[in-house]
Ligand binder design. Structure first.
Ligand SMILES: Cc1cc2nc3c(=O)[nH]c(=O)nc-3n(C[C@H](O)[C@H](O)[C@H](O)COP(=O)(O)OP(=O)(O)OC[C@H]3O[C@@H](n4cnc5c(N)ncnc54)[C@H](O)[C@@H]3O)c2cc1C
Length: 320
C-alpha cells in the first residue's frame, strides 16, 4: 500500500515511476488466498480508511463495481461470551471487495509500471543515481518491512535509526466449512488477546452473495494472538489447524466434525507494533526514502498515506 500510494502520487505529477514487487501479486499484506470454491482475505481483512486519502481514492478514483461496504458489525468475544460492541464504534465505514481484498492492489496499480516477481536484493550507486535490477533512478522509496529495508540500505552503506520499530508475528488460519453459519456480526474480536483466537472473520457474512463460499457453506479466517503466534510459529500446520478447529467448533457451536478445506499463513512481520517517526527515518534531501507501516502504524490507509508523504518529499524538494 505504501509503495502504491507513493507511485500513484509521483505518476500523477508526471514523474516516470517503476514499482518492483518480489511476489507475483499486488497489495502485499492486503492479500487474498483461494482454495477451491472458498475465498479468504488472509492478511488485512477489512479496509476502514476513516476519511483519509485512501477512502477518497477508493470511492472516487477507482472503479466501485466490486466494492462492498460491510454492513454487519464486529462483536466482542471474551472468554467465549459474545457481545455487541459500543454502537459508536459500529458507525465506522468498512470496506471489502467481492472477489477479495487483493482487488484493491490490482485497481491501485492498474496504470502503474509494475515489475512483478522482481526481488530487489541490493541497490547500487550509479554516479548521482541508483541502480535497481539494472535500471537507473534519481530517487528510491523503500517500502518493505524495516528488517528488509535495512538490508537494502546497507547495500549502499546507509544506516538509519529503525531500532524503535517492531513487528509482531501472526498466524492466520483459513477454514472452509460445509455448514451454514449466519450471525448478526461479520467478525469477532478478543480485545484482551487473552485467548489464542484474537480475530475471527466470517468472510461469507462480510461479503454476502456467494462470493466467498457457496450458498449454505462458510469461509472463516482466524488470526491468532501475538502470544500464540510466537509460540506456534514453527509448529506444523496439522497441529495448529486441529487445535484451532476445536476452539472454532466450540465458539460457533458447529455441527460438522471437520472443515472441508483449511490452510495456514504465517506472517513474520504482520503488524508494526511500534513505529519510528517519519523524520527519524527520512532526512531532508535524502534520495533514498523509507515508507511503510513501520512508520505509519499498522493500517492499510496509514501505509498508503506515508507512501504519499514520501512521494511528496521528492516532489517538493528536488529537481528531477
Ligand atoms: C494478518 C493481518 C491482518 C491485518 N488486518 C488489517 C485490517 O483488517 N485492516 C488494515 O487496515 N490493516 C490490516 N493489516 C495491516 C496492513 O495489511 C498493513 O499495515 C499494510 O498493508 C502494510 O502495507 P506496507 O505497504 O507498509 O507493507 P506490505 O504490505 O508488506 O508491502 C510491502 C511489499 O513489498 C514487497 N517486497 C518486500 N521486500 C521486497 C524486495 N526486496 N523486493 C521487491 N519487493 C519486496 C512485498 O512483497 C510487499 O508486496 C493486517 C495485516 C496482517 C498481516
Amino acid at each position: 500500500m505504501a509503495g502504491l500510494g507513493a507511485a500513484r502520487t509521483l505518476q500523477a505529477a508526471g514523474i516516470a515511476t517503476v514499482v518492483f514487487e518480489k511476489s507475483s501479486g499486488l497489495g502485499g499484506r492486503v492479500g487474498t488466498h483461494r482454495i477451491g470454491e472458498y475465498t479468504f482475505d488472509h492478511g488485512a481483512t477489512i479496509i476502514s480508511p476513516r476519511g483519509t486519502e485512501l477512502e477518497h481514492v477508493i470511492l472516487n478514483d477507482l472503479p466501485t463495481d466490486e466494492l462492498v461496504e460491510i454492513l454487519k458489525p464486529i462483536y466482542l468475544s471474551t472468554d467465549d461470551r459474545v457481545t455487541p460492541v459500543d454502537p459508536e464504534a459500529g458507525k465506522i465505514k468498512r470496506f471489502a471487495y467481492h472477489h477479495g481484498l487483493d482487488t484493491l492492489g490490482k485497481l491501485l496499480a492498474a496504470d502503474l509500471d509494475v515489475r512483478l516477481e522482481s526481488h530487489v536484493e541490493s541497490i547500487k550507486k550509479d554516479g548521482p543515481h541508483y541502480s535497481i535490477l539494472g535500471e537507473s533512478f534519481s530517487h528510491v522509496i523503500l517500502t518493505p518491512p524495516f528488517p528488509y529495508t535495512e538490508m537494502l540500505l546497507g547495500s549502499v552503506g546507509d544506516k538509519r535509526g529503525f531500532a524503535g520499530a517492531q513487528y509482531r508475528k501472526c498466524i492466520s488460519i483459513m477454514f472452509g466449512v460445509a455448514e451454514e453459519i449466519e450471525r448478526p456480526y461479520h467478525a469477532l474480536l478478543d480485545p484482551n488477546q487473552s485467548q489464542p483466537l484474537t480475530w475471527l472473520s466470517l468472510e461469507h457474512v462480510k461479503v454476502p452473495g456467494g462470493f466467498r463460499a457457496p450458498e449454505g457453506k462458510a469461509a472463516l479466517v482466524v488470526q491468532m494472538s501475538a502470544r500464540y503466534s510466537r509460540y506456534s510459529f514453527e509448529r506444523s500446520d496439522e497441529v495448529v489447524i486441529s487445535e484451532t478447529w476445536v476452539d472454532i467448533k466450540r465458539l460457533l457451536k458447529l455441527k460438522v466434525d471437520l472443515p472441508e478445506v483449511s490452510d495456514v499463513m504465517r506472517w513474520n512481520y504482520s503488524h508494526a507494533s511500534n513505529t519510528v517517526s517519519y523524520e527519524a527515518a527520512n532526512q531532508a534531501g535524502a534520495k533514498i526514502l523509507v515508507a511503510g507501516d513501520g512508520i505509519s502504524g499498522a493500517r492499510t490507509h496509514q501505509a498508503y498515506a506515508v507512501g504519499i508523504r514520501a512521494a511528496n518529499q521528492i516532489l517538493e524538494g528536488e529537481e528531477l
